[in-house]
Design a protein around this ligand. Structure first.
Ligand SMILES: [Ca+2]
Length: 318
């Protein structure tokens, strides 16, 4: 049995299996060993469904989608690419197409909780309410990002979806947010990429006759446009000391991408509006404890919450 199934069994509070040796003293069970494949399975299970207007600037991509790890040329390279690829703009993405829709994720696990961060990176921020296409005057700035975290407690307790957007923290429970299966549904605002969880029961534009066209992004490809999932620890985290990618550092770790209003790295975006965190954030570069140590920061409100990590590679190599 895969470790992920064992772990979800633990999460869901499944009863122990009958055993002929149940009267015998049993050794204490070892915690499951979680593999990268298990972490990806967790991320896929809760991978959000994202709605956005059908403009390529509103689709999250890899941070190195232009072929290098220099963050200072991302908007201009994307612009040049789109200007020479009108057909690309009109058609669905082909497999392995440049700038294929991509989300970064990280899954940090305790015996009582899953903490799954999803990080959306964009080569260009077109500014509020704008959806500039090639040839139009552009506003905004080079590079943009937004993120969400899904906090999944064990047993029947509802999970939470926390969005971190333009410094605003919003938490919605499993009963408040619109779901598709286990997957929360969120909208990426056109232009500035503000991220908003849809309310349970809220209509999506596809269901309205006068709908503006929206792209539906899925990790599973069941409908709409599929996106890829890349693990932060195996991609962006390896570049954390790269001075071509980051312009702001906390020690040796890059925390803000290069450029005017460069976005925060996934590990520098807090998922709590606790006063110490936000004051520290406002005063200078810092890492987000809610990303590195979510059990300590986010396990509040009295629910059972282990602070012993089954999988948290960042505790070793920060
Ligand atoms: Ca680049």
């Amino acid at each position: 049995m895969a470790a992920s199934r064992i772990f979800f069994g633990l999460l869901c509070g499944n009863p122990p299996q009958h055993s002929d040796a149940q009267d015998m003293p049993t050794p204490k069970a070892s915690p499951p060993v979680l593999t990268p494949q298990d972490l990806e399975a967790f991320a896929r299970k809760y991978a959000p469904i994202l709605l956005t207007e059908g403009k390529r600037y509103n689709i999250p991509t890899r941070a190195d989608a232009d072929g290098d790890w220099d963050a200072s040329n991302n908007a201009s390279n994307y612009d040049k690419f789109l200007a020479g690829a009108r057909e690309f703009i009109q058609k669905p993405y082909e497999k392995d197409a440049p700038y294929f829709p991509t989300l970064y994720y990280e899954a940090i696990v305790t015996s009582t909780h899953l903490f799954i961060t999803y990080y959306l990176f964009f080569p260009h921020d077109a500014g509020d309410y704008h959806t500039f296409e090639p040839g139009d005057p552009r506003g905004g700035h080079n590079n943009d990002a937004t993120s969400l975290m899904v906090v999944v407690p064990r047993s029947e307790k509802p999970f939470r979806v926390i969005t971190q957007d333009h410094g605003r923290i919003t938490s919605m429970s499993q009963t408040e947010i619109r779901l598709h299966g286990d997957r929360p549904v969120l909208e990426i605002s056109s232009g500035n990429h503000a991220l908003r969880g849809l309310k349970n029961g809220e209509k999506i534009r596809e269901e309205e006759p006068e709908a503006r066209r929206q792209i539906f992004l899925y990790a599973h490809g069941e409908k709409g446009q599929e996106y890829k999932l890349l693990r932060v620890h195996e991609t962006l985290w390896l570049q954390r000391k790269n001075g071509d990618l980051f312009g702001g550092f906390d020690g040796e770790t890059g925390v803000q991408f290069k450029g005017d209003h460069g976005p925060w790295a996934p590990w520098a975006r807090p998922f709590t509006d606790s006063v110490p965190g936000m004051i520290g954030f406002a005063l200078g570069w810092r890492l987000a404890e809610s990303f590195f140590d979510p059990a300590n920061v986010l396990c509040l409100s009295g629910e059972e919450c282990s602070k012993g990590y089954l999988k948290n590679p960042y505790t070793q190599d920060r």
